[in-house]
Design a protein around this ligand. Sequence first.
Ligand SMILES: C[S@@+](CC[C@H](N)C(=O)[O-])C[C@H]1O[C@@H](n2cnc3c(N)ncnc32)[C@H](O)[C@@H]1O
Length: 464
Amino acid sequence: MPKNIVFESVKIYDIGSKGQSIAKSNDGIVLMVKNGVPGDVVDIKTYRKKKNYYLGNIIKYHSYSKHRVEPLCEHFGLCGGCKLQNISYDYQTKLKEDKIKHSLNNLFENVIIDPIIKCKKKFEYRNKLEFSFTQNKWLTSREIDDKNKIIDRRGVGFHKSGMWDKIIDIKKCHLQGEPSNKIRNGIKDFAKKNNISFYNNRTKNGLLRSLMIRSSSQNQFMVLIQFFENNKDEIKLVMNYLKNSFKEISSLLYVINDKDNDSIYDRETVLYDGKSYIEEKINDLVFKIYPKSFFQTNIDQTIKLYQTILDFSDLSGNEIVYDLYSGLGTITQFIAKSSKKVIGIESVEEAVTSAKKSAVDNNINNVFFETGDMKNIFSSNFVSKHGICDLIITDPPRDGMHKDVIREILKLNTPKIVYVSCNPSTQCRDLELLKEKYVITKVQPVDMFPHTDHVENIVLLESK
Ligand SMILES: C[S@@+](CC[C@H](N)C(=O)[O-])C[C@H]1O[C@@H](n2cnc3c(N)ncnc32)[C@H](O)[C@@H]1O
C-alpha cells in the first residue's frame, strides 16, 4: 500500500509507548499520529510506512475527545517532553493504570492492581533538568513564515521529539520551579550579548554545550555548565555571571567535554563556587547529591514510592534484606530502621561512596554496600558473606534485570521480593521468569511524571 493515504473519520483509541496516539482504520490498519487524544475522531494522512503500522498527521478533527484539555505549555507539540499535556490528568493516570493491567493480566490470572498513586503537583515536580545549547534552533512555523525578519538561531532548550540534532529554544519550562527559567534565559541573553559561542552538534564547535539545573526541597540549587572547549577567559566570564546574578545557586560547577557525545560521566567536574553537592531530605534522612549521581527526580512521589516499598516489605526488625540496584542507598537507608541489616548493590562507585557517607551522616550502622555489576556481584559468595536474606528489594534500570541475576534470585528461595520498576514491559518479562517460584500478591503503580507516558510500578511477590 502506498504512503500519503488519507484515512477518514478514524477514532484515536490509545497512547503508544513513546507518547504517540494510536488509531485503527475500519480494515484494521494501525496509524500513529502526534497530539491526538483517545476519543478524538479525525482524518489522518500517512507519510511513512513502518513494518506493522503507518506514521501520519492529523489533517482534520471531526470531533474532540472529552478527555482533551488545553496544554499549559507554549512549547507543547514541538518539545520532546510532556507529550500527554493535552489529556486531562485523571485520564492520563487511567491510561497508565490500564498499561500496567494490560501487561500483567496477559501473564498472570486474578492480579489485583491498586489504584495508581497520583501526583499532587502536576507541574514544577522535577528536581533536575538538562538543557542543550544550539547555534541552530528549530524554527517554529511562525518564524519561518516571517520572511522579513532575520532570525537569531542561537538557543537553549530541549530536543525536538525524536530528533537528536534539533533543539527547541525553551522560553518557559513548567517542570521545575524558579529560578530555573531565569537561569536558563539569563545565561542565553548574557552569552548572546558577550558573543560567547553556542555549540553546534553537527559541526562540533562552539563553547556553551549544556546546562544542568538541580534543585532540592531544601531550596538548594546546583548549576553545572558543560563547555566544549577549555577557553579559560570566556568560561570565567560565564561562571562569574552565574555566581553574581543568582544567589540561590549553592553549588556552581562546570565540566569540559570535547568528546562527540554529551555524557560527562568520564569527565572531571570543576567546582567554581559553593559546595560540590546539594542536599535532599527524605523524611528524617539527608542525602548529598553530587553532579553525576542518580537521584529520583520527583521527591514528593519518591517518598510515597518508598513508603509503599516499606509497607509491602512488612518488616519486623529481624530481617536481612538485599537492596539490588541501590543507587545512592536511599531505599537501603529508608528501610534500615525496620530491618536487622540491609545490603545494597550498585555499579556506580560515586553513588556507593556517597551512600556510605550519608549512612554515617544519618547515624545508620546496619547498612552495607557492594560495588560492581549485579550479575558478577550477586552470587553464592555474596550470600555466604552477608547471610541468607528474608527479603529482596530490586529496583533495576529500564532494561530490567539480567537473566543471570534472576537465576540467582530463584536459587535463593527468598520468601518475599519487592520489584520496583520504571518500565512495565521489562518488569513483565522478568516476572514471567520469577513466576516459576512466586505469585504476585500486591501491585501498586505510582505516577512520578505527569504528562509523560512513564509509570513506576511496585510488585510484591511471595513464594508459592
Ligand atoms: C532505577 S535506579 C534505582 C536507584 C535507587 N534504588 C533509588 O531508588 O534511587 C537503578 C540503579 O541501578 C544501577 N545499575 C544499573 N545497571 C547496573 C548493574 N548492571 N549492576 C548494578 N547496578 C546497576 C544504576 O546506576 C542506578 O543507580
